[in-house]
Each structure stands twice: as C-alpha cells, then as structure tokens.
Design a protein around this ligand. Sequence first.
Ligand code: PBG
Length: 322
Amino acid sequence: MYRGRRLRLNSSVRSLVRENRLNVEDFIYPIFVVEGSGIKEEIQSMPGQYHYSLDRLPKLLDEMRSLGVQACLLFGIPEHKDSCGSQAYTEDGIIQRAIRFIKQYDPNMYVIGDVCMCEYTDHGHCGVLDEKGQVKNDETVGYLKKIALSYAQAGVDMVAPSDMMDGRIGAIRKDLDEHGFSYVPIMAYSAKYASNFYGPFREAAHSAPGFGDRRSYQMDVANSKEAMREMAADIEEGADAIIVKPALPYLDILKEASERFDVPLCAYNVSGEYAMLMAAIKNGWMREDVIEESLLCMKRAGANMIITYFALEVAKRLRDEK
Ligand code: PBG
C-alpha cells in the first residue's frame, strides 16, 4: 500500500520534502504615490494600503528594507488629467519624482514603473481615443514610449507596460535602446485580463474608465490560447519577464505559461483578491493563513515573482516563523 502519510508525519519531514516555498525575495510591493505633502491616507477599498506623498515614503522604505522586501511597483495619481495623459511622461511628473526620490533614499530598492495612461487621462482609458471613443493603438504606443523613456531618464530599474496595446514591447525596447537604456529590462503585463478583480485598484488610482470598459484591449476572461499568443508575441518583441494578471483565479494560465516559456514569470495578486481575503479575515470567516496559502499556490503554479499588497504582512510572518 502507498503510504503518503509517512512523509507528512511531522513538521521536519514535511519541510524536507516541500516542493515550493514563499520567500520575501519573491515579493514586489505596489506603492501609490500622490502629489502634496504630509499625506499617508488609507485607501477605503483596500484596508491597510495607503496613498503616500513623497515626504512620507522614508518610513515605508525603511520598513521594507528591514523586512527584506527589496522591490516596489510604482503607481502615480496626478493632480491634473488630460486627454493624452501628459502628466505620465513629464520630467517632473509624480512618478518621475518618486523614482528619483526612492533611488536617492535607498539605491538598493529595486524600482519598477507601471507604464500606462489610465491614471493620467481624463477619460480613464489606457490610451488616446478616436472620434468613436476607441483607443487608438499605434498613437497610444507613441505615448507609452515617451512614458517608459521618461521613467528610464529618472532612473527606474525596470518598466512594466500594463496597457495591452499591440506592438508596445518592441517599440519601447527599441526606443530605450536608442536612448542608451539597453540595460533597463521590460516586464510585460502580457496576459492581462478584462477583470472585475481590479475594482478596488481603480478606486485607489482614480482610474476607472469614464465610459465603456476595457474589453477592446484587455483579454477575454474565457480565453487561454489567446494568453499564450500574447505572451509569445511579447517575448518575441523583447520582453525580459512576463506577468499574468489577475493571479488566483488564473492559475491555469500561470501554469501553462511556466511550462511553455523560459522567461521569468510574475503573478499579479490584484486588488480584488486582496480586498476579498481582507474582508473575510476581518469578519472572522477565514484565518489569516489563507494569505500565505494563496501566495504559495501561485508559486506552485510556476510564478517566480509575486506582485502583492500583502508583501509587508507576509514578510513579517515569514520573519517571525524563523
Ligand atoms: C493600469 C493598471 C491596473 C492595475 C494595474 N495596472 C488597472 C486596470 O487595468 O484597470 C490593476 C491592479 C490591481 O487591481 O491591483 N492599467
């Protein structure tokens, strides 16, 4: 008889045969930066997550360093929005200043810039629009190039385009190379679905579309072959790493991606996944351990890195378990 329980009898043997582990080095922590000063304001839809003005970042960065969380993903909320999201690529934009601030304060913090337009456009779509309100692909790619280049000029470590326009990875790569930034890697949001799980983020980033939805550029929830085509295309165009987003309801996509492709793979544990677990934990319907379980499942499915709002909390638990 097969006796699987032999290897589950105590924590020592379980730990010896464990196939996957969560490490604090896996985590990328999203940070929302706002204009102004003295601001650390809790985001209603994401309890425990905050909007920070630059002057309030040092304490957070100190905490991240002491916990060993070594990477962050920046989102900016500008004061002014317009039809082409010009605050996204100006030299003194909120993200550009945040990059310079963080790299000066802690040069070892790995800073990733989310490249998109929806937080910066007055209509809330991820690109520029034609008369019918459709996002224009190639014109938008022109703007995305400007955004990525402005991040690189500010000293970003890596750029992560999250817009889902066609051809943007190749265009951004070429532009970065031509301007002397051939060492800045691109992590592409390659399999980004048109998901309802982004709801809390859109409140946090003030980036909900003013009309319509994002289904003409983000992927159809029903499809997995399409995700493989998107990832293959981005890798072909020069993506150094790829993201699957959301994560938890999309573990099949992560798994297939990890089997098919050899580039580093990142899972984005999105705002709705965060809000869902936080609500259940707050109500006493699930134990806090459900957080580590969820993240570990992403590793098991093949993720190398995890973008997660839980980064600090789980880092603390991993430290305390030691
Ligand atoms: C910007 C962007 C979004 C998220 C990351 N980058 C929102 C969207 O596409 O509407 C979502 C992140 C989250 O839900 O945690 N395009």
